[in-house]
Design a protein around this ligand. Structure first.
Ligand code: AMP
Ligand code: ZN
Length: 719
């Protein structure tokens, strides 16, 4: 199958037919360097990058040109949006227009680099091609497609019959006078500027056959694209806002001047929205890449996020989705790393051609990156051999550009020295200082893993503020405990390798969100059954959901604490997958917690006579509420503290926490008749019998040691 791409001009998917065999040329509308590029612009540049990488991986020799608009005042709308204030301020501070442009060009190039966007082969600056623009304007005048009035040149739109073919907009609807002001010099309101006479006092101006002036914006791309890529080239990319008038006018100019079709494929990326809204200074929702970084996100998380949404769909950017993307990326890197680190035996199934096919089918079908990414996930979770996985991941990453596999050569010498030193300490079994060095290596952004071939150094996934990567300790979750409530309820759902149960419970909880202000925090305690993918998608689709992925080894107590630290609700409801709310369950819980002397509430409780044996109890007051569903006020967590993380298995953890709360003088109570359905307790069922005996016993003795002598805390003794 050949690459099929949607073409804006024909409004159909078209097979790619290169103009020249094994070659492909791309022209991308680039930035206006009088302001910072924002993440929406970067989404569009990522699209061009993926297009290029796909072509290169298909052995096309690609020539990529991306222009830099460094004549700020070419962009009338910059003035209309008031963005020239920035420019005016810079000029007032003594900067020249060229210095301002240089400053923003540099930060644009930095952003592209941080996102692993391959630099275009050429970045033509508009100011360096004024001569070519003038030539093209002259030839348009010669063909009577343009006319001059008092030092201004306009395109005569009615003379170009194809006007409107790209956008469907012929410009007739644009009533003169509706826009800022009518230009009395134009023959027709639809005509657009090719050259503008310089007003008095203008700094950025050039001499021309029509006097001093400056070019209109659209002519820039016509002149530079055909000058650098030839009279015909394969692809032209941009965002959908470029379709009209920019690209419509570009077609009129280029085809008008050359007399034939110039662009083979018009590729336009849909917009990125922020929190569902168009990005705008006035809304205060314009984000730049450095701002994402300031919030602790690795730029590559944004690249991953963009890969999860097809380029012709709007991408709704939220920090929750970025967080989820970041977690997805680190998990994928970890899987890739494990495959690369495993020994070389070819044990698994297949030569990988099925995965290769799935990956390429997706990309050839209009650059379907989300499907390609899904194929990558299926591959890493398949039983393909590590060697096949590694080979394919390396090849796939040439296209994805996600830095999935470690690049040892890129580790700085200073980090290498730390690692060598650490190795030496470990050899001497000086584990404490060795550990301190590991921390320093991590702070430098790297991670050391012991693999069969020795040591592997990988870039540390990310250090974003929360929900990030796979957590190895609850301390990795920033605590919101001291921060004000933002929701009425935080429902914390924990589970491991129980996708069905998590899905069931999550949708039951979310069904309640019409009635309550709630957040759902899903703590995936080290699943390997596809829970990660599902959770990632869920957080993508649903802003109310946050995902925390932690290593299974941190244990149940710590996993629950991850949720407790992250929660921002007045009331916290801890759930596991063995219960499924079937109807409104939060109101009765809130009612039961209204009394300030109440500690934990829940549907199931137990009492004991001796701290050794606990029996189901009907309530209303009980010694302990069972962990399947426990609810309490968040303020109480602040007072009593988090759960005891030494309880690594779930048993007795609930009793321990319940008694800690009784110790403070609160009463634990049953909420009768909560609408719930019970399901098997997977944590119990999936733990092998000898293992669960061992873990249960350990928890039992730990609990007994703490509370064995405090039987006066029990209801049976205190009455
Ligand atoms: P500009 O600097 O406004 O010319 O934009 C540079 C590129 O980013 C153009 O191709 C635009 O179409 C594209 N673009 C602008 N805003 C967005 C957005 N919100 N989402 C995606 N692309 C955008
Ligand atoms: Zn352009």
């Amino acid at each position: 199958m050949v690459l099929q791409l949607y073409d804006t001009l024909t409004r159909t998917k078209q097979p790619f037919k290169p103009l020249e065999s094994r070659k492909a040329s791309i022209y991308s509308c680039g930035p206006t360097v009088y302001r910072d590029v924002h993440i929406g612009n970067l989404r569009t540049y990522l699209l061009a990058d993926w297009l290029r990488r796909v072509l290169e991986a298909q052995d096309y020799q690609v020539q990529h040109v991306k222009n830099i608009t460094d004549v700020g005042h070419m962009r009338q709308e910059l003035l209309e949006r008031g963005e020239d204030k920035v420019i005016a301020a810079a000029i007032a501070a003594g900067k020249t227009p060229a210095e301002i442009a240089e400053h923003y060009t540099e930060s644009f190039l930095r952003d592209e680099k941080a996102l692993n966007i391959k630099p275009a082969h050429e970045f033509p600056r508009a100011t360096e091609h004024i001569g070519h623009m003038i030539e093209m304007i002259e030839s348009l005048i010669a063909k009577e497609l343009a006319y001059e009035v008092s030092g201004n040149v306009y395109y005569r739109v009615e003379r170009f019959l194809g006007y409107g073919k790209l956008s469907g907009n012929t410009g007739e609807g644009l009533l003169e006078g509706v826009r800022a002001e009518a230009d009395p010099l134009k023959e027709n309101g639809r005509d657009f500027s090719l050259w503008k006479a310089a007003e008095k006092g203008r700094v950025a101006k050039w001499s021309s056959p029509w006097g001093d002036g400056f070019p209109g914006w659209h002519i820039e791309c016509s002149a530079m694209s055909t000058h650098l890529l030839g009279e015909r080239f394969d692809f032209h990319t941009g965002g959908v806002d470029n379709i009209f008038p920019h690209h419509e006018d570009e077609i009129a100019q280029s085809e008008g001047a050359l007399g034939h079709q110039v662009v083979g494929h018009w590729v336009h990326g849909q917009h990125l929205l922020v929190d569902g809204l168009k990005m705008a200074k006035s809304t205060g929702n314009v984000y730049t890449l450095p701002q994402l970084r300031d919030r602790g996100f690795e730029p590559m998380a944004f690249r991953y996020l963009c890969a999860t949404v097809h380029y012709r769909k709007r991408l709704n950017f939220t920090f929750a989705s970025l967080r989820a993307a970041s977690a997805g990326l680190s998990k994928l890197r970890q899987e890739a790393f494990q495959a690369a680190g495993a020994n070389g035996e070819d044990t698994g199934a297949g030569d990988g051609s099925a995965w290769e096919e799935a990956f390429w089918d997706a990309l050839k079908d209009d650059l379907h990156l989300p499907r390609a990414l899904a194929a990558v996930w299926r591959l890493v979770r398949s039983d393909a051999s590590p060697r096949v996985k590694t080979r394919l991941l390396r090849a796939f990453d040439e296209v994805l550009g996600l830095d999935l596999l470690p690049q040892p050569s890129e580790v700085p010498d200073a980090v290498r020295a730390l690692i060598d030193e650490r190795q030496e300490l470990r050899r001497r079994e000086d584990f404490v200082p060795a550990d301190a060095l590991r921390k320093r290596v991590e702070d430098a952004g790297y991670e050391v893993r012991d693999v069969r071939e020795g040591l592997a150094i990988v870039p540390r996934a990310t250090s974003a503020p929360s929900d990030m990567g796979v957590l190895h300790s609850s301390d990795d979750v920033p605590s919101f405990l001291e921060q004000p409530d933002e929701f009425d309820f935080s429902v914390i759902l924990t589970g491991r390798d129980d996708l069905e149960g998590l899905r069931r419970a999550a949708s039951a909880v979310l069904a309640q969100s019409d009635r309550h202000r709630l957040e759902l925090i899903v703590v995936d305690n080290g699943s390997s059954d596809g829970t990660g993918d599902w959770l990632f998608e869920l957080t993508q689709q649903d802003d109310r959901v946050r995902a925390i992925t932690c290593d299974h080894n941190i244990g149940t107590g710590a996993a629950r604490n991850c949720g407790l630290r992250a929660a921002k609700g007045t009331i916290i409801v801890l759930l596991d997958t063995s219960v499924e709310p079937t109807d409104e369950f939060l109101t009765p819980i809130a009612a039961a917690l209204e009394d300030g002397t109440t500690g934990i509430v829940g549907p199931f409780g137990v009492n004991s006579e001796d701290m050794r044996e606990f029996e189901d109890a009907p309530g209303p007051e009980v010694d302990a509420v069972e962990g399947y569903l426990m609810a309490l006020r968040r303020s109480l967590v602040r007072e009593v503290g988090l759960m005891d993380e030494k309880f690594r298995f779930y048993r007795h953890l609930d009793l321990d926490y319940s008694l800690a709360i009784r110790e403070r003088g609160y009463r634990n109570r049953i909420v009768p008749d909560l609408p719930l359905r019970r399901h098997a307790h997977t944590d119990w069922e999936r733990t092998p019998e000898d293992e669960r005996d061992r873990l249960s016993k350990r928890n039992f003795y730990r609990f007994l040691k703490k509370y064995g002598h405090s039987t006066d805390l029990l209801l049976a003794k205190s009455t």
